[in-house]
Design a protein around this ligand. Structure first.
Ligand code: ASP
Length: 408
């Protein structure tokens, strides 16, 4: 029998959770612990996953010969990710899906005062006085700062020690990915527990339930319309203007990797296909594709960056908080960092939302409900991630003076 795919399992759990919350309201404590355990397990992953992913990612990139092409690629990727985030910010500010949403949040928003600090003091607090205190308090920006420094300087230490550190970090990252894979398998149970609990709290109040459902629906529309703007307007414009490439021809060539990205929700798993397609069908040289695409699968996640931004803004709106300009700037910057740090595996972006929430001082509790719809959004954002990598490959090949199959 073919395995029942995870996204269908989650959808089933979502429906069962709603029914349980509605009709077995008094018995919800029998199952709500599943959601609590699942969220605890996710939180357990955050710091080790982020540290090993960022430090090993940078150390691996820096150990190879990056050269001019590498720097050009990284700059290009950062720019497109910022465009993507801005598209998300635009949609979430227009649709305002979280405003007036009654998500049943209970945790107080204590940390937010610090987020009201000036931009200057926020920047200063990125440098940890004591890295262990940052770990204990889960203050993400100093942890990310330290991981980036470690990644950069590992490549500068002497041979034997460098190899040891790079191997140790890669091993740590592999280990964390294995644990993450295991925990993600339990997502349906987590969704079941969280949804049932939320629904049971409002079981007698149909209007409140409809409010949650419609706000979550609007949130999905905000993410998808942002992704649409980026994938259908911004990236094709870049293809035309900077690569002189017909976007539709490129899209047709990329169909198989895009469908694979959609169904696997993993840009890493899709990478071999993307590489083959971009070389065989688009005609990009191996010199360019073998650098640009693996780098893209690691650091260029436009769809994830956009999603991080919309999710964090949605949660802030649901808490009834109007983020100031400075706070929105922090959201944009941390969404970029989170997308760079996210691994190319299913739901990695979801784990990373905590970076942004903690940077602006919002409780992590907020991610519970959006978990229910995360897996579906993951399919769309992963396709955009792969689409963006492939656009990067052809545009950069063109900028290196290559002639593509499309030109022949
Ligand atoms: N699943 C995405 C990817 O592999 C990452 C994410 O969760 O956003 O590209």
């Amino acid at each position: 029998m073919k395995k029942f795919p995870l996204h269908w399992q989650i959808l089933t759990a979502l429906i069962l959770g709603i029914l349980y919350g509605l009709y077995l309201t008094e018995y919800v404590s029998y199952i709500s612990w599943m959601g609590v355990i699942f969220m605890r397990a996710l939180k357990m992953l955050i710091i080790p996953l982020i540290v090993t992913s960022i430090a090993s990612g940078i150390a691996n990139i820096g150990s190879g010969s990056l050269g001019k092409l590498g720097l050009k690629t990284i700059s290009y990727y950062i720019i497109t990710s910022i465009f993507a985030i801005l598209a998300g910010l635009l949609m979430v500010n227009i649709l305002r899906p979280g405003v007036g949403a009654d998500m049943g949040f209970t945790e107080p928003i204590e940390g937010l005062a610090s987020a009201k600090e000036s931009f200057g003091s926020t920047l200063i607090s990125i440098i940890p006085e004591n890295i262990f205190v940052a770990f204990v308090n889960s203050t993400m920006l100093p942890i990310i700062f330290f991981s980036i420094l470690a990644g950069i300087f590992i490549t500068k230490i002497s041979g034997k020690h460098k190899d040891f550190c790079v191997t140790a970090l890669n091993a740590g990252f592999e280990l964390m990915m294995k644990i993450t894979h295991l925990i993600i398998k339990f997502t349906p149970l987590g969704v079941f527990g969280i949804v049932a609990l939320t629904v049971s709290r409002q079981a007698s109040d149909t209007a409140a339930l409809l409010n949650i459902a419609s706000r979550l629906g609007l949130y999905m529309i905000a993410v998808m319309s942002g992704l649409g703007i980026h994938a259908i307007i911004v990236l094709p414009l870049i293809l035309r203007l900077f690569g002189k490439i017909n976007p539709y021809t490129h899209f047709k060539a990329l169909r198989t990797p895009l469908i694979t990205a959609f169904s696997t929700s993993s840009s890493s798993a899709t990478l071999p296909l993307t590489l083959e397609t971009v070389e065989e069908k688009s005609g990009v040289s191996n010199r360019v594709s073998s650098l640009v695409l693996p780098l893209g699968a690691t650091i260029n996640m436009d769809g994830t960056a956009l999603y991080e931004c919309v999710a964090a803004m949605f949660i802030a709106q649901a808490y009834g908080i109007e983020l100031t300009f400075v706070q929105q700037a922090i959201v944009v910057a941390t969404a970029l960092l989170a997308s760079i740090g996210a691994a190319g595996i299913p739901m990695a972006g979801f784990v990373m939302i905590s970076i942004i929430l903690s940077a602006v001082g919002l409780p992590l509790e907020g991610v519970g409900l959006i978990l229910a719809v995360d897996r579906i959004l993951d399919m769309f954002r992963t396709s955009v991630n792969v689409w963006s990598d492939s656009c990067g490959a052809v545009v950069i090949a063109k900028s290196e003076g290559e002639t593509l199959n499309y030109d022949k």
